[in-house]
Design a protein around this ligand. Structure first.
Ligand code: NAD
Length: 259
């Protein structure tokens, strides 16, 4: 299926590995000129070369922290007016809300709510003028099934989700859509770090905790980042112009519910 993306440009944030990288790879394979960002320049260069090898596409890079003004300006200097924006950043730390002060909350909201909103603001009017734009925010299935221990993430991401719900209805008439992808457990470094931390707390081997997590998922496995990249590609495709303001959960059915 031709996704109608040949010659388009994309800015994919936080993409030297994991879910961001998978989104960048899927887009590059469809002929999109992709710019990827991450904090570590060496890792970014290596990933860009690997995506280029795998897809035959040219991949641009911008090193910097996307949750800072400087990081965003650097990314926009390399890719000033993308047709596609994939917002992503690391998630806030887990913990007990009694231990979090104002600075912890401000950092979480800055990274997981304000940073994607400011990037969207920087690019959305050009998308509207061109009558094509796709904004995809990588959030978390915790938006729909919150866990108390990740309250910083629940709160900040819910704020982004609420904002997007309004904006998405304003832009869609210009063929500019805004949607959220809500990952469940995907096989990335972050997931394995989380599993190792839980195993440590429980005093059990990491493999045992990983098996428990897989067994607790209706699919009996973790998600493959390529599956996530494919979903992102579809939301960015020309065919997705009537899908906006949605929260697509990709979790093997782990979030129970009829709707
Ligand atoms: P990952 O650790 O595998 O990769 C994160 C990527 O983001 C890396 O390339 C890292 O360099 C980059 N990055 C992190 N913070 C950055 C910043 N401030 N500026 C620029 N680059 C930055 O993580 P992942 O599993 O791909 O997770 C991506 C997002 O999805 C995170 O917000 C995470 O909380 C969320 N999430 C992941 C899962 C999962 O199972 N993998 C589940 C739910 C939510």
């Amino acid at each position: 299926m031709d996704m109608g993306l040949t010659g388009k440009t994309a800015l994919v944030c936080a993409a030297s590995k994991g879910l961001g990288r998978a989104c960048a790879t899927a887009l590059a394979a469809e002929g999109v000129r992709v710019t990827i960002t991450a904090r570590n320049e060496d890792a970014l260069k290596a990933t860009a070369a690997e995506i280029a090898d795998a897809t035959g596409a040219s991949v641009d890079i911008s090193a910097g922290d996307i949750t800072t003004e400087a990081g965003r300006m650097a990314a926009l200097a390399v890719c000033p007016s993308p047709d596609i924006l994939v917002n992503n950043a690391g998630g806030p730390p887990a913990g007990d809300f009694r231990e979090w002060g104002r600075e912890d909350w401000v950092a979480a909201v800055d990274a997981n709510m304000i940073a994607p909103i400011l990037l969207t603001k920087a690019v959305v009017d050009d998308m509207i003028a061109r009558r094509f734009g796709r904004v995809v925010n990588i959030t978390s299935y915790a938006v729909k099934r919150p866990l108390p221990s990740i309250g910083l993430s629940n709160g900040a991401r819910a704020g982004l989700t609420g904002f997007v719900a309004g904006l998405a209805r304003e832009t869609v008439k210009h063929n500019v859509t805004v949607n959220n992808l809500l990952p469940g457990p995907f096989e990335t470094d972050r997931l394995h770090e989380n599993i190792a931390a839980v195993a440590d707390r429980k005093g059990i081997p990491v493999d045992e905790e990983a098996d428990l997590r897989r067994a607790g998922n209706p699919a009996g496995r973790f998600g493959d980042p390529d599956e996530f990249g494919a979903a992102c590609l579809f939301l960015c495709s020309a065919q997705s112009g009537f899908i906006t303001g949605q929260n697509l959960v990709l979790d093997g059915g782990e979030t129970w519910g009829t709707f």
